[in-house]
Design a protein around this ligand. Structure first.
Ligand code: NJP
Length: 235
């Protein structure tokens, strides 16, 4: 088993939802967490609760992504794990999507994953060790009505991470991808909680436990993929 104590993890989208649960759980396991999102006030609260570092950043901005890695190394002097979780989505018929909304989903979900991995890789390669975890989606591998833009961005994020796994394995770096079904978060302007959500949705902690599971695998074991759903969700 890999002991997470004192390992340093960047978690994007850590201000709420799944990312917040991941940051909190990794901190409970003894990891030092770098919490990343755009909204500074929310981030500071999570960083305080996890005794971690808050770095406000837009993951779709190349300079911001580089700054997240630089600040991590400056503050903690090491980087072991990168969790690419930040993501956005909205759902509509194709003809009702604006080009801006299409671009926004690709900028955060695909380019954001690419930029943070690109910024972290020189360091991970040099130490010949590291673990990148992507939070993709069950819709990274199936299509649905109203899901052209979000689904396409999640297929693309899956492709980036799947190909990256093949690129970096020879350098001792692991890439794992989590494919969740419905999760009860603030995603797409939802409000967590409410009638029967605990039956129809996963909780953010369920996804965080999956992330913990792949990160704690023994050094010689790579869990490539993990898919999880609420029992009630047909997919
Ligand atoms: O969403 P939400 P989730 N740069 O809205 C941050 C995937 N997923 O936890 O920047 C940096 O509660 C945002 O903070 P802020 C989904 O695709 C979900 O559900 O301040 N950070 C917040 O912390 C996504 O990849 C479901 O607005 C940015 C966080 O991201 C991941 O799970 C199902 C940012 C979003 O928190 C987490 O989503 C599924 C940016 N440009 C996959 N833009 C589901 N919920 O049902 C946003 O299959 N953030």
């Amino acid at each position: 088993m890999t002991d997470l104590t004192n390992q340093v993890a960047i978690v994007t989208g850590a201000s709420r939802g799944i990312g917040r649960a991941i940051a909190t759980l990794l901190a409970v396991q003894g990891a030092k967490v770098v919490c990343v999102a755009r909204t500074e006030d929310d981030l500071l609260e999570v960083a305080q609760k996890t005794n971690g570092l808050a770095v406000a950043a837009d993951v779709s901005d190349e300079q911001d992504a580089q700054n997240v890695v630089d600040e991590t190394l400056r503050h903690f002097g090491r980087l072991d794990m990168v969790v690419c979780n930040a993501g956005v989505g909205s759902f509509n018929l194709l003809e009702n999507f604006s080009a801006e909304e299409w671009d926004r989903m690709f900028a955060v979900n695909v380019k954001g994953t690419f930029l943070l991995c690109k910024a972290a890789l020189p360091h991970l390669k040099e130490q010949r060790r590291g673990h990148i975890v992507g939070i993709a989606s069950d819709v990274s591998r199936r299509t649905f009505v109203h899901g052209t833009a979000y689904g396409a961005s999640k297929y693309a994020q899956h492709a980036v991470l799947d190909a990256l796994r093949k690129e970096v394995r020879p350098h001792g770096i692991k890439v794992s991808v989590i494919y969740p079904g419905l999760v009860d978060t603030y995603f797409n302007e939802s409000k967590p909680g409410g009638v029967d959500k605990e039956k129809t949705h996963l909780q953010p902690l369920d996804v965080a436990q999956a992330v913990r599971y792949v990160l704690e695998a023994p050094p010689h074991v790579l869990i490539d993929e993990l898919t999880l759903h609420p029992l009630s969700q047909e997919w």
